[in-house]
Write a protein that binds this ligand. Structure first.
Ligand code: PEP
Length: 242
């Protein structure tokens, strides 16, 4: 398992269902990787492209977008933690809101996937966040509390798990919370239980070159999870630049 403490910040590119060999070749050729190796830059392509990237990447870490909660067996179409380990995958996103909403993933699924990953020595990046309706009904902290309580297993700690705060209403919409709202929410997560005090917390939701520096410079934001903007090598390059 990667030593999370050697990094000062984390930038995770979630490519979702995008990319092909051509795109990957061009992206990796053109991306300017920061000299500062305390920045952990993670690319999460489709699972089919993990192996291709693993043979080509230099100065980047590899992440998956999802994993099965089961070790092995009759689960057609699923991807095991062991197969991620075989491909030298270092990180795996868990509980992304698209998986919660479109594939009906529950907190139990998130909890089991996170446990499996930790056992396999792959770092889970557990996504939590409120919907617009939750926010409007002032239920953000209740929702986050439930996701932390039920989705994060006992064995998780600051050395083996990352948390990504991703307000669902900010994903792919161009909207973001204010800097103060991000700061307050990260503060809530860190102080919700003493066990979360030292967790690294990334922010995700419409991060782009023009807002990334301000967001990541907040004292309790340890990096960013980036969707749309991570598909453009120049935009992503600006987000991760020193
Ligand atoms: C995401 O998919 O996790 C995400 C943050 O997407 P975007 O940056 O496009 O909002």
């Amino acid at each position: 398992m990667i030593n999370l403490n050697k990094f000062s910040s984390y930038f995770v590119a979630n490519w979702k269902l995008n990319g092909d060999f051509n795109f990957i070749d061009q992206f990796l050729d053109q991306l300017k990787i920061p000299k500062n190796d305390s920045k952990c830059v993670v690319i999460c392509p489709t699972s089919v492209h993990l192996n291709y990237i693993s043979t080509k990447k230099k100065g980047l870490y590899l992440g998956a977008q999802n994993v099965s909660q089961y070790k092995s067996g009759a689960f057609t179409g699923e991807i095991s933690c062991q197969s991620l380990l075989d491909l030298k995958v270092d990180f795996c996103i868990v509980g992304h809101s698209e998986r919660r909403q479109k594939y009906f993933e529950t907190e139990i699924d998130v909890n089991q996937k996170t446990q499996q990953l930790i056992d396999a020595k792959v770092i889970p990046i557990v996504c939590i966040g409120e919907t617009l309706e939750d926010k409007e009904n002032k239920r953000t902290t209740n929702i986050l509390a439930k996701q932390l309580d039920d989705g994060i297993p006992e064995i998780s700690n600051s050395n083996n798990t990352l948390i990504a705060y991703e307000p669902v209403w900010a994903i792919g919409t161009g909207l973001t919370p204010t800097l103060d709202e991000i700061y307050q929410t990260h503060e809530f997560i860190k102080n919700y239980d003493t066990k979360f005090n030292n967790f690294k917390i990334l922010y995700g939701g419409s991060v782009k070159a023009s807002n990334a520096k301000k967001i990541v410079s907040l004292s309790n934001v340890d990096g960013a999870l980036i969707g749309g903007a991570s598909l453009k090598h120049d935009e992503f390059g600006k987000i991760i630049e020193d």
